[in-house]
Design a protein around this ligand. Structure first.
Ligand SMILES: Nc1ncnc2c1ncn2[C@@H]1O[C@H](COP(=O)(O)OP(=O)(O)OP(=O)(O)O)[C@@H](O)[C@H]1O
Ligand SMILES: [Mg+2]
Length: 237
């Protein structure tokens, strides 16, 4: 579904964030993209979603394709319409708008079926339904994370990219988020790439594991072989 061949990504013409990587996502897969701080995870996800030019970033070599078509130079809105959604770090939404208004705004990419998708998001996240008139700016970190995942679902993605969804959340909230990740994968058939530093639950759900470190793919393995000991060794080296 998604393929990066020999892809290098740079900021400001000099900062090499990702260096000649090969990375593939099969349709229906759930790929864990692991790696320490500064590994290049967010950069890769932003490149897929077309957001690098907004940070003086660029694809300097290699091919990045989605369903056989290049993503290079494509506007983020066009990429969203092709069926890719990215939930970025930082839980961005319209803080002065209510939960429901944020969800409806996020459906502008794919208006058809928006009513049914809103009902689905409320079913996945009952707390968002209860609080649907509350301003997003008044939500807790966990509630905001649910909102931004819900917003991504409103665009009816076929490929959903989640950037460190567990960051700063309590263990119980991390479970809730990964319950939803599991349901989206199983029930909606959404293909997922989930970037995290370490989340044991993600390794249980993943169909494929990549480890990125300092811009290089240092490990690509089926999840059964990505035990804590191996990962620690890879991280430490
Ligand atoms: N907007 C930017 N301009 C310049 N350099 C950047 C920018 N964003 C990231 N970088 C650099 O690119 C490299 C990769 O960063 P990236 O944010 O992709 O890492 P990450 O794996 O997502 O890390 P983290 O787990 O801390 O989020 C780092 O060296 C970082 O300093
Ligand atoms: Mg990051």
């Amino acid at each position: 579904m998604l393929a990066a061949h020999g892809v290098s990504l740079r900021y400001d013409g000099v900062i090499q964030a990702v260096d000649r990587i090969d990375f593939q996502v099969e349709k229906g897969g759930l790929v864990a993209l692991l790696g320490p701080n500064g590994a290049g995870k967010s950069t890769l996800l932003k490149a897929i979603a077309g957001l690098l030019p907004f940070e003086q970033g660029e694809l300097v070599e290699g091919q990045l394709t989605f369903e056989g078509r290049s993503l290079a130079g494509v506007h983020p809105a066009a990429i969203a319409r092709r069926g890719i959604a990215l939930v970025q770090e930082g839980r961005q939404c319209f803080r002065s708008l209510s939960i429901e208004e944020n969800l409806r705004a996020a459906s502008l990419v794919a208006r058809k079926g928006a009513g049914a998708r809103l009902a689905m998001v409320f079913e996945y996240f009952p707390v968002l339904k209860e609080m649907r008139h509350r301003a997003a700016g008044h939500l807790s970190g966990g509630q905001l994370q649910m909102l931004v995942i819900g917003m991504a679902l409103m665009s009816a993605p076929r490929l959903l990219l989640l950037d460190e969804p567990s960051l700063g959340l309590s263990p119980a909230m991390v479970q809730t988020v990964f319950d939803v990740v599991e349901r989206m994968h199983r029930e909606l058939g959404v293909t997922l790439v989930v970037a995290e530093q370490t989340v044991p639950r993600l390794l249980k759900l993943a169909t494929d594991v990549y480890v990125l470190a300092r811009g290089h793919i240092v490990m690509h393995t089926p999840p059964a072989r990505a035990d804590q000991e191996t990962l620690q060794r890879v991280y430490l080296s």
